[in-house]
Design a protein around this ligand. Structure first.
Ligand SMILES: Cc1cc2nc3c(=O)[nH]c(=O)nc-3n(C[C@H](O)[C@H](O)[C@H](O)COP(=O)(O)OP(=O)(O)OC[C@H]3O[C@@H](n4cnc5c(N)ncnc54)[C@H](O)[C@@H]3O)c2cc1C
Length: 388
């Protein structure tokens, strides 16, 4: 068992850290304050290869593993959590189109997604179906060589700026459950698509979140990813990697919070001593680092399992997402506490980091749903034995 990074992986980490410093870190506070979606920066991420990290090389991507994607997102999120989180969703969309689109769809979209010419959105959640995603009601009814889509999607990241959407819609009967869902690629400016207001959120302010409505939106049947009725499975496969990506954003946030805390404890004096000399605060720092290290090991281990095609990868990804996003939020919140009143001021980054990491416990499946996924596996077959 070798936990060290290869020279190539270390180089990736360095390159991602350089991009994070040069393009994200200095702007994150302003983007948050202004709710500004930095499309030009996102396009520059495309020029650096960061929009198709695990898209195969012959499709213009970097062709890297999920483990390497995790290393990259961890570095990027140290610069801006919210913008990096959007990059992770875009990467998931680009990968889904590259993996399950037919040749014509790939030709039309993948290189444009990878370069950043086009931005992608992932549309699963609806106003009436969040955790119970398989109960979604958006319909795609076949009419000749087209699907006609009606319904609405809630909380869509990047909506309004996205150029193309992967829409999970019901092609089967209304009560057909997960097996009646198909994944369909829809140009974001198709006739009949409407956008709600940019939601006012607690965090993730550097990316828009909107409701999208579909009113007789017509797209060719050839825009379907995979087979009819396979869409829910594809959506969940996309989310295995997506959850690791969000978890990696939490790791980066926690690492940044830890660095800021160490620096602050060594600078700030109270009772005639540096805060770093109080053992209670030293212990807090030690616990933050210990939990971050455990979370990082879990994320990388789960990414490795996903890369190996392990049949239990979904459960491992769910465990890692649950644990790492809880740790990420907790470490940022502890760091805010270590900064005292200054941690609560906008002038310092901690309050933004707490707001940004909070949503990681909610989206791409809430942390309760991560427990549902893990528990279901534990209770149905020999996974407890396989855990050893
Ligand atoms: C900022 C933001 C961006 C998002 N971006 C996207 C996006 O780009 N694309 C997309 O498709 N979706 C997106 N989402 C949606 C997100 O994935 C959902 O909000 C999430 O899955 C939860 O669904 P819900 O909000 O409907 O909550 P609900 O499902 O209504 O859950 C409410 C509460 O009940 C709990 N709960 C529900 N069922 C169970 C159960 N069986 N056991 C235990 N507890 C349960 C939940 O954990 C939660 O605490 C985004 C959300 C946010 C906030």
């Amino acid at each position: 068992m070798d936990f060290s990074l290869s020279d190539e992986q270390k180089a990736l980490v360095q390159a991602a850290a350089a991009f994070s410093h040069a393009e994200l870190a200095d702007h994150a506070a302003r983007w948050d304050a202004d709710s500004f979606f930095p499309i030009d920066t996102i396009r520059r991420a495309g020029e650096a290869g960061l929009l198709g990290i695990y898209v195969p090389e012959d499709r213009g991507g970097l062709g890297l593993s999920r483990l390497e994607a995790s290393l990259i997102f961890e570095q990027l999120s140290q610069g801006c959590i919210s913008t990096t989180a959007y990059l992770t969703i875009h990467n998931m969309v680009a990968w889904m189109v590259a993996k399950w689109g037919d040749e014509a769809l790939r030709e039309t979209w993948v290189e444009r997604l990878v370069s950043g010419e086009c931005l992608g959105g992932y549309c699963l959640t609806e106003p009436g179906s969040g955790s119970d995603a398989a109960s979604l009601r958006t319909r795609a009814i076949r009419d000749g060589d087209d699907y006609v889509i009606n319904g609405s999607k809630m909380f869509i990241s990047g909506a309004g700026a996205n150029d193309v959407l992967v829409v999970m819609a019901r092609t089967g009967e209304p009560d057909s459950g997960a097996g009646g869902v198909s994944a369909i690629l829809v140009p974001a400016d198709a006739t009949g698509i409407g956008y709600g207001k940019n939601e006012e959120k607690m965090g993730w302010k550097s990316q828009p979140t909107r409701l999208i409505s579909f009113d007789d939106v017509r797209v060719p049947v050839a825009n379907r990813l995979g087979e009819e009725g396979e869409g829910f499975k594809l959506a969940m496969q996309g989310l295995d990697g997506g959850r690791l990506n969000i978890a990696s954003c939490s790791l980066g946030a926690a690492q940044h919070a830890l660095t800021l805390s160490r620096n602050y404890l060594q600078e700030r004096k109270q009772f005639g001593r540096e805060l770093a000399q109080f053992q209670a605060l030293q212990f807090k720092l030690a616990d933050m680092a210990t939990e971050l290290t455990a979370a990082r090991l879990m994320v990388r281990h789960s990414a490795w399992r996903l890369d190996q095609g392990d049949p239990e990868a979904t459960a491992y990804c769910a465990m890692a997402k649950r644990f790492a996003t809880d740790v990420g939020f907790k470490v940022c919140n502890e760091a805010l506490q270590l900064h005292g009143g200054y941690g609560y001021l906008r002038e310092f980054p901690l309050e933004r980091m707490v707001r940004d990491t909070r949503v990681h416990q909610i989206l791409e499946g809430t942390n309760e749903i991560m427990r549902v996924i893990v528990a279901r596996r534990l209770l149905t077959d020999g996974m407890i034995e396989a855990l050893q």
